[in-house]
Design a protein. Structure first.
Length: 421
């Protein structure tokens, strides 16, 4: 495995207080990237160095440390400018990677769907483009004069043009896939089955909860960003009523702007949800900050007015099994549940809460349609969910989940209590 040194620079007292937590998160990213952390380095400065980000003395210290520890990587818990990254690479004997780059690389490794791969490629291209200028000694311009271009400048322009062309092409492909997704979204809207989306900080346990609710075997891992491509399945109740459940990519503090831009269309699908379950890892010492980061992004993409259920997960990991006071979120809550997706404790409580939220304006109808009214069956199916249908000598018997007004519109003579029609 690659050996990594982590570097954190604190500019304020608040940043100094949270430096270790921030380095813990960076260590998680390093592990997901395939690196083992051999040392953590912290520095406090009133402002970053324009050239090397950290001070020259700290650069020399890192140089010696990298040699002694045989480090392959130096990971900065910050975003570096092109000048800073180039200067550090010239001065240090190990590869220099900033926070955005490691997140983009993890996303690139984990994306499996065509759209996911294109979105990550777009984010990486947008990250790379401003970092072309002045890249290394190969871009020197010997003999360049007035209105002339040296070979380095020509190569730079060729690379920039090639990346810009690729960005344009990838955007077109994502738009094309977006149209297909829009059609799928329209089809879902016509279905009366409500949609619930799981969101949360990366590694909060969303996929484990997804499996517990759907009895599926979606891949789960303690590694960050184990799920990148959305997965959707049906969750049914004993009486046949059901809803669709979607598992989504995990969020993170300071999510790179390139990723937010590239994944915006996917994130905005959350706005189509009837309910959002925000999964919060109660065992994390940073759960309040993580919850605020997630709900801030939900508000930014326009999903702040959707009913939100806060799901406090991993109660089995709390000391003595005690429940701690839940954090205050940024958005109003439609309810909260304490559970362990791993052990199953509290999962029935969540299903019960979701049922009351999702189906408060729907009810079950058990109808017997006469042979003359059999033709209404397709329209009833379009306005509700036919849970069961059986042919009878005098017509058809069915169990229907629907809004009362939809049924009464087709069957104005229906008497509440599911009478034969």
């Amino acid at each position: 495995m690659m050996r990594a040194i982590l570097v954190n620079l604190s500019l304020t007292a608040e940043e100094r207080t949270g430096a270790e937590d921030s380095l813990d998160e960076l260590a998680g990213l390093a592990g997901a990237w395939g690196a083992v952390v051999v040392r953590r380095v912290r520095q406090s400065r009133p402002r970053p160095s324009p050239r090397t980000f950290i001070g020259r003395g700290k650069v020399r210290e890192l140089e010696t440390m990298a040699v002694d520890l045989r480090a392959d990587l130096i990971l900065f818990d910050h975003d570096l400018t092109p000048v800073q990254q180039r200067s550090l690479e010239d001065a240090l004997p190990a590869r220099v990677v900033d926070r955005t780059q490691i997140i983009l690389d993890i996303f690139a490794r984990r994306a499996s769907s065509r759209e996911g791969k294109l979105q990550v490629e777009l984010a990486r291209l947008m990250y790379r483009l401003p970092r072309l200028a002045g890249r290394g000694k190969s871009f020197s311009q010997p003999g360049a004069g007035i209105r002339t271009r040296g070979p380095g400048e020509q190569k730079l322009e060729e690379d920039r043009r090639r990346i810009q062309d690729r960005i344009t092409k990838v955007k077109r492909q994502i738009e094309s896939l977006g149209l297909r997704r829009s059609g799928q979204r329209t089809s879902r809207k016509r279905s009366p089955a409500p949609l619930v989306s799981l969101v949360g900080y990366t590694s909060a346990g969303k996929s484990t909860l997804f499996n517990a609710l759907t009895r599926e075997r979606v891949f789960t891992s303690p590694m960050m960003f184990a799920t990148l491509d959305p997965v959707m399945r049906r969750v049914s109740f004993p009486d046949g009523m059901h809803f669709l459940l979607s598992d989504t990519v995990g969020f993170i503090r300071r999510l790179p702007v390139e990723l937010i831009t590239s994944f915006r269309a996917t994130l905005e699908e959350l706005r189509e949800s009837n309910c959002i379950c925000h999964v919060i890892d109660l065992s994390s010492s940073r759960h309040e900050e993580q919850a605020e980061a997630v709900e801030r992004i939900l508000a930014e993409i326009g999903a702040g007015d959707i009913p939100l259920v806060r799901v406090y997960n991993k109660v089995d990991l709390l000391p003595g099994g005690e429940e701690i006071a839940p954090p205050r979120g940024n958005l109003p809550s439609a309810g909260r549940v304490f559970l362990s997706a791993k052990t199953g404790r509290g999962v029935p409580d969540l299903k019960s809460l979701l049922r009351s939220l999702l189906f408060q304006d729907r009810r079950l109808y058990r109808l017997r349609l006469s042979e003359e009214r059999r033709g209404l069956l397709p329209e009833l199916a379009a306005r509700g969910v036919v849970l069961k249908a059986s042919d009878r000598p005098d017509g058809v018997e069915l169990t229907l989940m629907a809004r009362p007004e939809s049924v009464r519109e087709l069957l104005p003579d229906l008497v509440e209590g599911e009478q034969p029609c």
